[in-house]
Design a protein around this ligand. Sequence first.
Ligand SMILES: NC(=O)c1ccc[n+]([C@@H]2O[C@H](COP(=O)([O-])OP(=O)(O)OC[C@H]3O[C@@H](n4cnc5c(N)ncnc54)[C@H](OP(=O)(O)O)[C@@H]3O)[C@@H](O)[C@H]2O)c1
Length: 271
Amino acid sequence: MTQTLVTGATGTLGTALRPRLTAAGHAVRAASRSPPDQTRGDSDWVQLDLIEGAGMESTLEDVDVVIHTATAPQDDSEAVDVQGTKRLLDAAEKAGVENFLYPSIVGIDNIPFSYYKHKVAAETAVEESDVPTTIVRATQFHSFIAEILGYVAKLPVWPLPTNMQFQPIDVGEVAEAIVDHAMATASGRTDPVGGPKVHSVGELARAYRAARGLRRLIVRCPLPGNTVAAFRAGHATCPDHMVGTVTWEEWLAGRYASGADESPPCVQSAT
Ligand SMILES: NC(=O)c1ccc[n+]([C@@H]2O[C@H](COP(=O)([O-])OP(=O)(O)OC[C@H]3O[C@@H](n4cnc5c(N)ncnc54)[C@H](OP(=O)(O)O)[C@@H]3O)[C@@H](O)[C@H]2O)c1
């Protein structure tokens, strides 16, 4: 049985990976800074903080495959994603790990966003490591797009950079693609994994608004800067790799199945 360590196992991708790995016959060791008291049925939980690094050797003991999903996009991503990844790679090399699998993001080398710069640095560390490695880049998860739109959802008017392009994907489908590579033989840099359609932010927001039964005015708010321009140019998308099958509308229908979840304000919908 393949012993597989999942870092960031409480996160969006980690949570989707655990049951799929178990179903595929892996023994899963799930790492978190705050592991739950008891096993959740599919995993053996261990405590791991990538900044402190304590207990890394025992965490990696007898591990064949590492799937390193831990990340800190809204925190100190240099410390967690770059230095933490290097620390984990060193420990993985000492432990004789056969495949260190690193989930990453489509287009990060062409989008000058600080978190993405740290992801590129982490990818470089992964590729330069002596551990056999696999990198799977994916487009943004549906849940991530919904979380971002959730921030503006409370406003009576939604000012949005409507021309930015995304290709959202179901996290379960990303997890399935990663499980396919979670074997003793590393695959190197794989084809990216994208959702079934490229959308503008305007399209995503209109479908989100409809799924939540909201009536809000969506106002185009062009933002300056190279990062936004790169998203507008479609650098975060991979239209040649539409691997996912769950559309944004289908995902929204599942997520907001009960219909309107908020009282509509007195604003006329215009877009
Ligand atoms: N979200 C997207 O749309 C998307 C798209 C493509 C690729 N990806 C990539 O997929 C991977 C997973 O993303 P995600 O969205 O699932 O992330 P997430 O939900 O934010 O989960 C990340 C996990 O990392 C753990 N973590 C944070 N700081 C840590 C530290 N100092 N030490 C150890 N663990 C720490 C946290 O777990 P604890 O709090 O339990 O420690 C957290 O649950 C990332 O590499 C990301 O770049 C994400």
